[in-house]
Design a protein around this ligand. Structure first.
Ligand SMILES: *[C@@H]1O[C@H](CO)[C@@H](O)[C@H](O)[C@H]1NC(C)=O
Ligand SMILES: *[C@@H]1O[C@H](CO)[C@@H](O)[C@H](O)[C@H]1NC(C)=O
Ligand SMILES: *[C@@H]1O[C@H](CO)[C@@H](O)[C@H](O)[C@H]1NC(C)=O
Ligand SMILES: *[C@@H]1O[C@H](CO)[C@@H](O)[C@H](O)[C@H]1NC(C)=O
Ligand SMILES: *[C@@H]1O[C@H](CO)[C@@H](O)[C@H](O)[C@H]1NC(C)=O
Ligand SMILES: *[C@@H]1O[C@H](CO)[C@@H](O)[C@H](O)[C@H]1NC(C)=O
Length: 327
């Protein structure tokens, strides 16, 4: 959508608002404490955009929750910065994004030359996002890989894993855990905002003849299941996945400025005082996951909906993001 079209839409929305006001409403809504988003796109293609996220001016809680919807692609692509968004979950304050596979291939093109190709997975996210350390895992696939993952967060971070195999047929059956024979995994530390992959120089060791490509990625736990065939040939695994951002990664998000007030004691209720963004009644404040700064909001037990919106948490079964699921 061009800027001009956006402005035009905003004008149309304002016009419809004015009309509603003119003819009055059955019960006048109380003046909102903060401007509530109105008439913002609820979806980008098939992907829901729940507040505090939003596309367009005034549609998100703050500039940090602004997403963009690229309607030039089919289907349209929802983006945070340059990273493709697959889904947003309010209950857990998480977002699934799609990123790229990193590879390093040595493909002999003749008896004397080796064609080397590689790509870099530069996964950078900014506030309010952090890579979820509990939902993601770093994985390397290959027969001669020392893949290192370099992270930037509160302090410098470097980890990685080693995978070897003398021959592809020595590796475990398809589906065996990645424990260093054909593939390996390393868990992530909390507080990471950026990761990139480094390959250790083979140091003169000859590569395993049938295993031309080494792959590495950070992905949702359980997404990768080992396949012997991924080790064989030129770019077999990459071609199986298809091009573009295809690797799912879970991000934790939170309102980073502020924390929840101290828990109320006594009275036997689970409800605690709201963080500033938890404006709905029957909502409560949850401190950000994994010791990260900030908080997010959730609807109280028995209520569903959007705790970031006035009266957003309701008891209606099947109420979701402004629409009722019938049946
Ligand atoms: C590569 O080397 C093998 C044996 O070392 C030889 O049989 C083959 O003809 C060579 N191929 C080329 C393209 O030179
Ligand atoms: C590398 O591979 C590409 C595509 O197969 C080919 O066009 C190019 O000539 C190769 N380079 C070398 C140095 O062999
Ligand atoms: C390896 O596969 C990639 C992608 O399929 C291709 O672009 C490249 O030319 C291939 N390299 C060789 C040496 O065949
Ligand atoms: C949230 O964190 C703040 C600051 O660390 C703390 O005072 C408060 O008790 C915590 N609230 C909850 C609900 O965990
Ligand atoms: C995460 O980073 C923040 C500062 O950015 C720091 O205050 C906090 O202690 C860190 N948490 C962990 C678990 O490292
Ligand atoms: C949010 O509320 C839902 C429904 O009550 C619950 O299943 C979920 O665990 C809660 N999330 C957090 C992070 O407390």
């Amino acid at each position: 959508m061009t800027l001009r079209q956006t402005l035009l839409l905003l004008l149309v929305f304002h016009a419809s608002l004015a009309t509603t006001a003119e003819f009055g409403e059955p019960f006048p809504p109380p003046a909102p404490a903060s401007p509530e988003p109105k008439n913002c796109p609820a979806k980008c293609g098939e992907i829901d955009i729940p507040y505090p996220f939003g596309v367009g001016a005034g549609c998100s809680l703050s500039g940090r929750f602004v997403l963009t919807c690229n309607e030039m692609t089919s289907p349209p692509t929802l983006l945070t910065g340059t990273v493709k968004v697959a889904s947003i979950t309010l209950e857990t304050a998480q977002m699934v994004v799609n990123t790229y596979l990193t590879y390093s291939c040595d493909v002999p093109t003749s008896n004397t030359t080796i064609n080397h190709t590689s790509t870099d997975m530069a996964l950078n996210v900014v506030t309010p996002f952090l890579l979820s350390p509990s939902e993601n895992v770093f994985t390397a696939v290959g027969c001669s890989s020392t893949a290192r993952i370099k992270g930037r967060g509160a302090s410098p971070y470097l980890t990685g894993c080693i995978t070897t195999c003398a021959r592809v047929k020595d590796t475990g059956d398809d589906g065996t855990p990645c424990s260093g024979h054909g593939c390996c995994q390393a868990s992530l530390t909390p507080n990471l905002t950026q990761v990139s992959v480094e390959w250790e120089n083979r140091g003169g060791r000859s590569p395993v003849a049938e295993n031309l490509c080494q792959y590495a990625f950070v992905a949702t736990k359980g997404w990768y299941s080992f396949r012997k065939n991924d080790l064989i040939g030129n770019m077999t695994f990459a071609n199986r996945l298809g091009s573009g951002p295809v690797v799912p990664v879970v991000l934790d998000w939170a309102v980073r400025d502020g924390t929840c007030p101290p828990t109320l004691e006594g009275n036997g209720k689970e409800i605690v005082p709201n963080g500033a963004a938890c404006v709905s009644s029957e909502s409560y404040c949850v401190n950000a996951s994994h010791g990260a700064p900030g908080y997010f909001c959730n609807c109280s037990k028995g209520y569903t909906g959007n705790p970031y919106k006035k009266n957003g948490c309701t008891t209606h079964p099947g109420y979701r993001g402004g629409q009722f699921d019938l049946g």
